[in-house]
Design a protein. Structure first.
Length: 241
């Protein structure tokens, strides 16, 4: 029987990808009003490749001194420098600030999240388990009010380990006072959320909000793949309404 629910944040509870893309467009619009020679598509490609590379490294080895704000500034400046922008330092700071102005404004929970969490917490503790740095993940949690709907929130940087490391899953299980076989992990990233949880002996549900991958890419497989969270309630103990 499921006695605890562990759940991911970005792309599971909130549309982080769309939020980041919209904030980037707003930052570029402000930037191009100052320097119209900066090419949109080239800058966008370089920016996201640099950003993804840095965050991938941090997922493998999270630095305790890393901040999303510092990474964001570094990526904007380096992207503009590669575009040949002579004022890459100054404009990088400007673009980074404009990006952050819009980042949380565009960060929203999916419509099914609050009803799901309210129902789930009637029968099991709910533990939020998210990769990333404390500064931005804490800001997202505060902005969305998620702290009111979960029993605990574990951020990789605070724990000292990122998913799929067993360390962060064990910490979440401790917070829920639950054995692995009685815990259910719900998340969108197959390698980090699903494989990591299954490897720890937990059960798992794969969330595919946009159905980007119709089939699980490798074994072990989750027991359920969903587009929305509400079907997950059927796996929880009786009593959920």
């Amino acid at each position: 029987m499921i006695q605890a629910l562990l759940i991911d944040l970005d792309q599971t509870l909130a549309d982080d990808r769309s939020s980041a893309a919209e904030a980037w467009e707003q930052a570029f619009a402000a930037l191009s009003a100052i320097d119209s020679t900066i090419p949109h598509d080239d800058l966008e490609d370089v920016y996201w490749r640099l950003s993804n590379d840095i965050w991938a490294v941090l997922d493998e080895n999270m630095r305790p001194d890393a901040t999303a704000a510092g990474i964001r500034l570094e990526v904007w400046r380096e992207s503009l420098r590669r575009m040949g922008c002579l004022q890459w330092e100054k404009l990088g700071r400007f673009a980074s600030d404009r990006y952050w102005e819009h980042r949380l404004k565009t960060y929203h929970l999916y419509p099914d999240v609050i009803p799901f969490l309210q129902a789930a917490r009637e029968v099991v503790p709910v533990i939020l388990v998210t990769n990333g740095t404390c500064d931005i993940q804490e800001a997202k949690i505060e902005k969305t009010g998620l702290n009111r709907y979960v029993d605990a929130a574990l951020i990789a940087q605070a724990v000292g380990a990122s998913k799929p490391s067993a360390v962060i899953f064990r910490k979440a299980l401790e917070a829920a006072n639950c054995r692995p076989e009685n815990a259910l992990m719900v998340g969108d990233n197959y390698s980090r959320d699903i494989f990591g949880a299954l490897r720890c002996g937990m059960r798992a549900v794969w969330v595919q909000r946009d159905a980007q991958y119709p089939e699980p890419p490798f074994q072990p497989y989750p027991e359920l793949t969903v587009r929305t969270l509400l079907p997950v309630l059927d796996l929880l103990p009786a009593g959920v309404t």
